[in-house]
Design a protein around this ligand. Structure first.
Ligand code: ADE
Length: 227
């Protein structure tokens, strides 16, 4: 898989890809992540990428020219399955989006800034608009990193234990059950007996019950959410 991230602040988004699982995935050749500095496509001496909004109002708007130029250059080099724009008014990103995006070959993620991008970019270039939640970040970079992380960890071979993504929260619309490790007793608090029983079926049953209970208590909306 290949992810191309288009941004005015590449330095804000590089570091999450330079450590741990995301770095290993790239080192193993399972994903390529490329960063594109929109300023290189800016106009004039100052490499301008934004301008005042028509009709007035606060804040600057990202101009269509540099964005079209950068993304169309990428599209001339390979076919992209989605051109994603990170924006608080997009669809709320969830595990279903992550699952389906982990199956595609190439995606572009555009990180917005200022008051957002000119509507013509959204109308004619973008194929999917995603939000990572109902709050406003200072730019789309951190949101692009969140979405990329959730996708990359699902690629086959990225996680060491291949089954571990299957037991994540949300994979079956249930939150994950509690987990414990050694010591079996810590400050007088004991690990539930069933987990130490070695009885695989009972353990699975207990985990399922706990997952149901947790989901009912914390996220009852998930139980009615048809996949
Ligand atoms: N850009 C600013 N806020 C955002 C959010 N909540 N999700 C995605 N992109 C954003």
């Amino acid at each position: 898989m290949r992810i191309d991230i288009v941004t005015v602040l590449p330095e804000l988004i590089r570091s999450p890809f330079e450590a741990s699982i995301l770095k290993r995935a790239q080192d193993k050749g399972l994903v390529e992540v490329h960063f594109h500095d929109l300023r290189e496509y800016g106009t004039g001496k100052h490499k301008q990428v934004d301008d005042y909004p028509f009709g007035g109002g606060a804040g600057m708007v990202m101009m269509p020219g540099p964005i079209f130029e950068c993304i169309e250059k990428l599209q001339s080099e390979r076919k992209y399955d989605e051109v994603i724009y990170m924006t608080p008014d997009g669809q709320t990103f969830n595990q279903r989006h992550a699952n389906s995006l982990s199956l595609v070959e190439n995606i572009i993620i555009l990180a917005g800034h200022y008051k957002g991008v000119d509507q013509r970019v959204r109308d004619h270039l973008i194929t999917l608009e995603l939000s990572i939640g109902d709050y406003v970040l200072s730019g789309g970079e951190l949101a692009a990193a969140v979405v990329s992380d959730a996708i990359i960890r699902l690629l086959p071979g990225v996680l060491n234990d291949e089954t571990s993504a299957l037991t994540d929260s949300f994979q079956d619309n249930l939150l994950a059950p509690p987990v414990y490790t050694r010591p079996a007793e810590f400050r007088g608090w004991e690990v539930p007996d069933v987990l130490k029983s070695g009885h695989f079926e009972k353990i699975e049953e207990w985990r399922h019950e706990q997952a149901m209970e947790r989901t009912k208590e914390r996220r009852p909306d998930l139980l009615n959410d048809k996949k």
